[in-house]
Design a protein around this ligand. Structure first.
Ligand SMILES: C[S@@+](CC[C@H](N)C(=O)[O-])C[C@H]1O[C@@H](n2cnc3c(N)ncnc32)[C@H](O)[C@@H]1O
Length: 234
């Protein structure tokens, strides 16, 4: 039957998922450098945008709230702010910037579906983007609970990070490095080394349980989602 066994394009721009504003801001020095042109969507009154401005070559903050936009603009006169809704891709394109990293914080309790759709739109609209940082606890929860059915079992190896995870987990107790935009984070190897058990706590659980892991790389939603861990990352 057509469609059965269909394979999809699973590559894409990595996504760092965080659950609160402290972790969100901590991502800035970790992932942003002086080559970056950053966009912050949901910049509110510009506090994180100002942190981005310290680390990036250029930053633009946008928020749909006229009040917040005015406060941000008055407070940080050296930064470019706009009153734009995150969904308004045309208005974002009219900014005429080649954004390299996008920070998205349009309320941390956003449902996963619309967020995932937005991320895909940004990916298409801004081909220079190499990383998303998204504050969304529901997305973090879903990613943390997720793993993929092992490509090894499926007999396919389309997603390098998945293949790597399986290899690392199979090594039992060792560790590997997963590189995201030139930033290496420790990918926790599983304690159990179990593969393809189909049980919660299988590969994903083993990876999550690794003490000192900086990031767990998971392939989902057609993008590489990475759950950031605040501890032991420097
Ligand atoms: C939690 S605050 C952002 C805090 C800010 N990122 C910071 O680190 O200081 C969420 C902001 O998202 C804005 N917002 C919510 N939905 C939005 C949307 N669809 N487009 C643009 N901004 C939005 C709100 O106006 C609010 O200012």
């Amino acid at each position: 039957m057509p469609g059965r066994g269909q394979r999809h394009e699973l590559g894409g721009v990595p996504v760092i998922v965080v659950e609160n504003v402290q972790d969100y801001r901590d991502c800035v020095p970790y992932y942003v450098n002086k080559d970056d042109v950053c966009l912050e969507l949901g910049c509110a009154q510009g506090c994180t945008t100002a942190v981005l401005a310290e680390h990036a070559k250029e930053v633009v903050g946008v928020d749909k709230s006229a009040f917040n936009f005015k406060v941000a603009e008055g407070r940080y006169t050296h930064i470019e702010f706009h009153e734009i809704a995150a969904e308004d891709i045309s208005a974002l394109l009219r900014l005429g910037k080649r954004f390299t990293k996008i920070f998205l914080d349009i309320s941390g309790s956003q449902p996963v579906g619309p967020l995932a759709a937005l991320i895909e739109k940004y990916e298409r609209a801004f081909p220079d983007v190499s990383l998303f940082v998204v504050k969304a606890y529901r997305l973090k929860k879903l990613v943390g609970l997720s793993t993929v059915f092992p490509e090894e079992v499926l007999g396919t190896t389309r997603n390098p990070s998945t293949a790597f995870m399986i290899k690392a987990a199979g090594a039992g107790g060792g560790g590997g490095l997963h590189e995201v935009n030139g930033v290496s984070g420790g990918l926790g190897a599983g304690r159990s080394g179990r593969r393809g058990s189909g049980r919660r706590g299988g590969l994903g659980g083993a990876l999550r349980g690794h003490v000192g892991a900086v990031a767990v790389a998971l392939a989902a939603f057609g993008t590489g989602l990475v759950v950031g861990r605040a501890s032991s990352r420097r």
